[in-house]
Design a binder for this molecule. Structure first.
Ligand code: IVH
Length: 688
């Protein structure tokens, strides 16, 4: 390569890598596979080595990572958060072993092998045994302080046990297990929200949520992988990790000391196969020199420690042919394309279908009919298409055209500006949407009407007995009793039938009757307003207290509610402007469903805390205790709020109250009371 050619290629590579770094670090929206990104970076590193005069002052090789997002307070790391050098080849790993042996002038080196968790790096600072700060990696020097959110992760101790040092920094990875990831994406799909691309993005997005209560529901987990303890209590890395067990950390069992490179390769080969059975994503194995004195001796380059390396697995991908595309309509009308594939074996199962996300995905990937596509499995239940093999494309094959009409009802599909999803606007008549809404209405987190499943709903819909959610309350014994249907299947033994016998019918009617007691916040979730999830429904219900108040609301008022953004607010307004929806609500009200919060005055034990706002902060004897205190505040007429500002009346503080909250409260002079003082307050002999 000539000097001029190298100059041009370096400029090109820097630009591309900057772009992908931005997508990855700033937008949490990776636009390239890890492997391909690493290949670009390696090419740039090699070129810069060959032509050092061409290194740009802002070359992506000169810095550790991306920028820091502004939302959270920024904190400098005491020890820089380095990243790891990585390799995909066993040959390069052997080079690492010989380099290390050379530098240390011995081949008697013990290595520690660990899994390379695919999540978000975090630094946890404990002072006097108390978790004081949790900071993301950021650019390696400065990260975002996300302590409040991190505190919700159950495997992270808030207070250390045993004989802990005065100061301790623990580093590790916050990950989202597959189960939590799939539940979260299912919920998001259900309310018409964009799904997360993979568990890493979901974990990272969760840590940046504004409200920690939301984070708590995300099912995040923590795996620790490094300890900084200035007291020099241990001689090596392995000991330090094991010691953490005594301090109350859950130390994972996937860690092994190896005395030779061949043992390391054994570990790698084992996990390359076994990772398919793990309940979370890993993208490789990390190999670390065990002895601390060796680690210090080896030191670090400006980016990576010389005593550790990541061996990355190539994601298992297979090539298969796209046969056709199905379009599925969700209950909120969102149309999702799903690829039907020539069946192929991948990571333990035969794959026949793959997600294609949305119209943009098909366009960006430039997928044509009957293309050969690469598929990979991540945390998702269905694998995804990750690339197209364009060399194998037939010359006359046409690009896949996203459908323009609903596959179910024929309505012209719509796409709102700024949204990735295409949806069917025929909300009241599209059969799939109707059935989806009926199913959502009876689901456990909504009205929890037991005794009905998808098949029964379909049958009742086909019989004309259920056209909208208010029809549940019109069903009679005579209409239901005797209804039955058999579903034929290619496998005779699997034929299924449903029938409404005496007991089934009675139980169903009873369950429907019982649902009339379901509280307003769940009814509001059950009626199925797009983008309104379980949590936002609760907040909206509590804010307005009744459907009447909600019906006369404005965008401004909706937007003043925690967690309600433009999309949710607009969707509620649109829903409540539809006459059909108003009719359904009127009917449901007529049948006796709860459309107002059980009025506080009916539930109130006293008015002692009327007009007072409380924040309950810190840890109490149990998580339930904290909930009980919050309930008591409401039962005595007070209000629970989340932020510390001048409108706050008291903070009820347990142990380990957040330092930021404490400082702010002291600054603006909010009284901080103990649980005992709070109890005295509500038990004082004031008038009821
Ligand atoms: S050690 C100074 N161990 O991989 C060494 N890192 O590419 C610090 N990671 O930023 C890292 N599992 O977020 C280490 N067992 C493990 C890991 C691990 C995942 C992540 C970590 C780091 C990145 C480096």
């Amino acid at each position: 390569m000539t000097f001029e050619e190298a100059k041009q290629r370096i400029a090109e590579l820097s630009k591309t890598i900057h772009y992908h770094n931005y997508q990855y670090y700033m937008l949490d929206n990776p636009s390239i596979e890890d492997y391909d990104f690493d290949m670009l970076l390696n090419e740039l590193i090699a070129l810069e080595k060959q032509f050092p005069d061409l290194i740009l002052p802002d070359s992506p090789t000169q810095r550790v990572g991306g920028n820091v997002t502004k939302q959270f307070q920024q904190v400098a790391h005491k020890h820089q958060m380095l990243s790891l050098g990585n390799t995909y080849s066993q040959g390069e790993l052997n080079e690492f072993f010989s380099r290390t042996a050379n530098l240390l002038q011995t081949s008697d080196i013990e290595y520690v092998c660990e899994l390379k968790y695919d999540g978000v790096a975090i630094s946890l600072i404990y002072i006097d045994g108390i978790l004081k700060q949790a900071v993301t990696r950021g650019n390696g020097m400065i990260g975002d302080e996300v302590t409040t959110n991190v505190k919700t992760i159950k495997t992270i101790p808030l207070r250390l046990h045993g004989n802990y040092p005065k100061e301790l920094e623990v580093r590790g990875e916050i990950i989202m297990p597959h189960e939590s990831f799939n539940t979260l994406n299912k919920e998001r799909e259900d309310i018409g929200e964009t799904k997360f691309a993979n568990p890493r993005n979901a974990a990272s997005g969760s840590l940046k949520l504004q409200h920690s209560a939301e984070v708590a529901k995300r099912g995040l987990e923590f795996f620790l992988y490094y300890v900084y303890d200035d007291s020099n209590a241990y001689q090596n890395h392995f000991q330090s990790i094991i010691k953490m067990k005594e301090y109350g950390f859950k130390v994972n069992p996937f860690i092994k000391t190896c005395t030779s490179p061949s043992e390391v390769f054994e570990f790698i080969n084992y996990w390359d196969k076994q990772r398919a059975n793990l309940p979370f994503d890993i993208d490789g194995v990390v190999i670390k020199v065990n002895r601390y004195d060796y680690q210090y001796q080896l030191g670090a380059t400006n980016k990576n420690p010389r005593w550790a390396i990541a061996y990355k697995f190539k994601a298992e991908r297979v090539l298969t042919q796209l046969l056709s595309v199905d379009y599925q309509v969700g209950r909120t009308g969102i149309v999702t394309p799903v690829a039907n594939l020539e069946p192929i074996f991948l990571a333990g199962t035969t794959v026949k279908r793959a997600t294609m996300n949305n119209a943009d995905f098909i366009k960006e990937m430039d997928i044509h009919q009957n293309d050969f596509v690469y598929i990979e499995k991540g945390g998702e239940i269905i694998p995804k298409i990750v690339a197209v093999e364009k060399k194998m494309r037939k010359t006359n094959s046409l690009p896949i055209q996203f459908i323009s009409t609903c596959p179910d009802c024929g309505a012209t599909l719509i796409r709102n500006e700024g949204e990735a999803g295409v949806f069917c606007p025929n909300v009241n008549l599209c059969p799939t949407q109707i059935k989806g809404k009926l199913l959502h209405f009876i689901s456990r987190k909504a009205m929890n009407i037991e005794g009905l499943g998808e098949e029964k709903i379909n049958l009742l819909y086909e019989k004309g007995l259920l056209q909208n959610i208010s029809d549940f309350y019109k069903l009679t014994y005579n209409q239901l009793f005797g209804l039955n249907k058999t579903f034929s299947s290619t496998d005779k033994d699997l034929d299924k039938s449903i029938s409404f016998k005496e007991k089934t019918t009675e139980n169903l009617l009873l369950a429907i009757e019982k649902s009339k007691n379901v509280e307003f916040e769940r009814v509001l979730f059950a009626i199925g307003i797009r983008f309104v999830g379980e949590v936002s429904a609760k907040k909206i219900a509590r804010h307005y207290g009744s459907i009447e108040a909600l019906m006369t609301t404005t965008m401004e008022e909706l937007l003043s509610i925690e967690d309600v953004g433009d999309k949710v607010a607009q969707s509620i307004i649109t829903y409540l402007q539809d006459k059909n929806n108003i009719d359904i609500i009127t009917q449901l009200k007529h049948f006796g469903l709860q459309f107002s919060c059980v009025s506080n005055s009916e539930k109130l034990l006293s008015n002692k805390l009327k007009g007072m706002n409380f924040v309950v902060s810190g840890t109490f004897s149990s998580p339930q205790r904290r909930k009980e205190i919050e309930e008591m505040i409401e039962l005595h007429g007070g209000k629970n709020v989340s932020s510390v500002n001048k409108k706050l009346s008291f903070i009820v503080a347990g142990n380990n109250m957040g330092p930021a909250k404490l400082e702010k409260a002291q600054q603006i002079g909010i009284p901080i009371i103990s649980e005992q003082e709070f109890l005295e307050m509500i038990n004082s002999p004031l008038e009821k």
